[in-house]
Design a protein around this ligand. Structure first.
Ligand code: ADP
Ligand code: MG
Length: 720
């Protein structure tokens, strides 16, 4: 009987192309047709109602019941006209995916379709089935979802989806979106305060975000024949193919046809949902790709990224493909991340991270620029914690991945500017001096988008007019890291404003007061700046000397949430209270434990049920062969050698899997969740994963190809 692997491989041979045709060759004809957009709203609502909704969207004010009633009615009409039968509140619980509970518009009692304003505004999913990190047990809280009018309502697979926040009845956030929205307010308040020193007209500052999403694609049949991919999202075993990514031929080559067809179709669906996808290309590893939309206001961009992942997974099904969003599906090849391109934009249309040729505007740019670097410096551990997950641990800090050290890359031009500012720290600036000239900040070129000056190894890089937080994991909800980034920048800008006020109180001229504070911040944050190769061993050593953290594992990184200063930081900006923070810490630890536990079990099951039996069968063949040779009086030493080697790996597998299972059992009775997570890291993962994998990957090379049960790397990765 053919193995599952062989069946899968023959299925792949018969795949046909599946091509989708866009509704029109002009994207503008169908962009956002599946969203209840501003234009749609304006068309279907009475002007006074429309105005109220816009106010709620722009100012975050509440929508009154009668307005909600009218909006709901318009939405229902629109949705029914598009063949939609159900609606759901769409929210982002801390499980990491999105959740929904579908209700029908059809009211059997009334015999017609109904959609009440109250159903638009609020829904009650059963909170007990979502992780709540103890909030529920402490407060007996039930949760409800509440409409977030700042993110557009959309239709996905015949269901009307209403973006919502998810909170407990005692008001604690049970999701990712609530703290993100609060952090947007915090950074707005702080940034406006600084902007006002330069331009009184600025009333609002919005963070914006563009997420470059990396992913792998493999054939669905091959995916299904890899229980580790199905259960854990990554291959726990698999020997590296002879040809990996060393030739860079995939990166520079054309996109494989089947994948291209898939991209075209998911892009069409994304565009209909108003997700402004614009870039597609191959990534470094074979089978790895990237999609990037144009940047948007951060809350929308976050929802869109969550939705895009869903769309990709759904569309991939149609193409008999599987999207792998895990950070490290394949050992020995590059992992996947989400590059979070982040900036701050004013309601007067100024990107605060855009250098300009006007010296005065450049001082404003430098204020935000230095403020952000200082924030990263002061709160590096919090940023690190915000991207911590079991999956991302394989991408950061592991032996074949970039280190988990948070540093910033600024590029040569801006490094010079900051160095000069620092160096000229003692230059006395008199009234009437051209300060900008004297300090060398009059000559920052307007455009610093020099591609030769790009450093791909930095976790937090300035790329011309935005910062790019690249250490975020590919399956993460970006709301986590973006909340952290917004909060730390808000906090630093607030302190900065206060520091500038102090200088002003001494009678200094405004721009001089600002420059003096900048110089101080530049000095204080210098050690977080690094322009070299972030992947090199020298950097890890250098960073250690500088006193920068290198928190390699999730449980270790998450410890920062226990610190008083971090609790106070989140509390000070009204983003999370102590209970919410504590709950998140617990949930992240729980998630980590579960992930490692699943991987460990999969390793054990595959090892015992698939690998060892196959290896023993092969070993028996070898024994027969050795005996046969001996019977003929021939030299059988090579066969005997192989038998010994196979036996050695089988032995090692058995012993280590048994010991790993024991280690798990012991840890499972540990009540302290921090200790349990750290135990899973050191005793289970570090204790056995590599040893077990080593034995299996060696056996893969020894056992005859025909009988090997697991689809091999070379078979999964080189999709056509
Ligand atoms: P890269 O060379 O890193 O791929 P791109 O210029 O293609 O850089 O941009 C990557 C992402 O950054 C895109 O999503 C883009 O829309 C986004 N982006 C560009 N400018 C900004 C900005 N000011 N704020 C946030 N994101 C931005
Ligand atoms: Mg980029």
């Amino acid at each position: 009987m053919a193995t599952l692997r062989q069946q899968a491989l023959s299925m792949v041979q018969g795949r046909k192309r599946i091509t989708a045709t866009p509704p029109s060759h002009k994207i503008s004809d169908y962009f956002g047709v599946n969203t209840f957009s501003t234009a749609q709203m304006k068309e279907s609502l009475a002007p006074s109602v429309f105005k109220k909704v816009m106010e709620a969207t722009n100012k975050g004010s509440k929508i009154d019941p009668s307005t909600a009633e009218e909006v709901a009615s318009a939405i229902k009409t629109w949705a029914l006209s598009k063949g939609v039968t159900h609606y759901t509140h769409w929210f982002q619980p801390l499980t990491g995916s999105t959740a929904e509970k579908h209700d029908s518009f059809f009211d059997a009692l009334a015999g017609l379709e109904k959609f009440k304003g109250s159903a638009l505004v609020q829904q009650e999913p059963d909170a007990s089935s979502f992780p709540n990190g103890g909030i529920r047990s402490t407060f007996e809280a039930r949760g409800y979802t509440a409409w977030d009018p700042t993110s557009p309502i959309f239709i996905f697979e015949n269901t009307l989806c209403i973006p919502t926040i998810f909170v407990s009845y005692t008001g604690e956030a049970l999701d990712y979106k609530t703290p993100l929205l609060r952090s947007i307010d915090a950074v707005n308040e702080a940034a406006v305060q600084i902007c006002q020193m330069f331009d009184r007209n600025v009333r609002k500052v919005q963070p914006s975000l563009g997420v470059e999403q990396e992913y792998f694609v493999i054939d669905k049949a091959l995916y299904s024949a890899r229980p580790d991919l199905v259960m854990a999202g990554r291959t726990v075993y698999g020997h590296n193919p002879a040809r990996g990514q060393q030739l860079d031929d995939h990166y520079f080559g054309s996109i494989p046809t089947r994948v291209k067809d898939f991209m075209v179709e998911f892009e069409i669906e994304a565009l209909k949902l108003g997700i402004p996808v614009s870039t597609r290309h191959n990534e470094v590893a074979p089978g790895q790709f990237e999609v990037a939309p144009l940047f948007e206001e951060i809350n929308k961009a976050t929802d869109h990224n969550q939705l895009l992942m869903d769309v990709m997974e759904k569309v991939a099904e149609k193409h008999d493909l599987k999207v792998l969003l895990h950070e490290k599906p394949f050992a020995g090849l590059n992992g996947s991340g989400k590059h979070n391109n982040w900036s701050l934009i004013t309601d007067t249309g100024v990107n605060l991270f855009q250098p300009s040729n006007s010296a005065r505007e450049n001082l404003q740019f430098l204020t935000f620029f230095v403020g952000t670097i200082k924030a990263v410096h002061d709160h590096a551990d919090l940023l690190r914690a915000s991207i911590a997950s079991a999956g991302n641990d394989y991408r950061l800090g592991a032996n074949e991945a970039p280190p988990a050290i948070i540093s910033t890359f600024l590029g040569a031009t801006l490094t010079d500017v900051l160095d000069e500012l620092e160096k000229n720290g003692n230059i006395k600036i008199e009234k009437g001096d051209n300060m900008y000239m004297k300090l060398g900040i009059s000559k920052i070129p307007e455009i610093i988008l020099d591609n030769t000056d790009r450093n791909r190894t930095s976790p937090f890089a300035f790329t011309g007019n935005k910062f790019e937080f690249r250490a975020v994991g590919s399956q993460a909800n970006v709301a986590g890291p973006m909340t952290a980034l917004n909060v730390i920048v808000a906090d630093t800008l607030k302190t900065m404003a206060a520091d500038i006020e102090k200088e002003l109180a001494k009678g200094k001229e405004k721009k001089i007061a600002i420059v003096d504070v900048l110089r101080k911040y530049i000095k204080e944050s210098k050690k977080v700046r690094f322009e070299g190769d972030g992947y090199s061993e020298e950097w890890a050593a250098e960073a250690k000397k500088r006193g920068l953290s290198n928190l390699k594992s999730t449980p270790e990184a998450l410890d920062v949430y226990k610190e008083k200063s971090v609790k106070e930081l989140f509390e000070r900006h009204g983003v999370m209270n102590e209970i919410e923070l504590h709950a998140r810490h617990e949930i992240m630890l729980e998630n980590f434990i579960m992930k490692v536990q699943i991987e460990s079990r999969v390793m054990g099951d595959l090892g015992l049920n698939h690998i060892i039996p196959t290896a023993i069968l092969y070993q028996n063949k070898l024994i027969q062969n050795a005996n046969g040779l001996k019977g003929l009086g021939l030299d059988n030493s090579a066969a005997v050698e192989t038998i010994k080697e196979v036996s050695k790996h089988i032995e090692s597998l058995k012993t280590n899997i048994t010991a790993m299972t024991e280690a798990r059992k012991k840890l499972n009775s540990e009540d302290d969740i921090v200790k349990k997570a750290k135990g899973y890291q050191s005793k289970v993962k570090e204790g056995y994963f590599e040893k077990i994998r080593y034995a299996v990957d060696k056996l893969e090379l020894l056992v005859d190809d025909e009988s090997w049960p697991l689809v091999k790397y070379r078979e999964m990765l080189f999709i056509r």
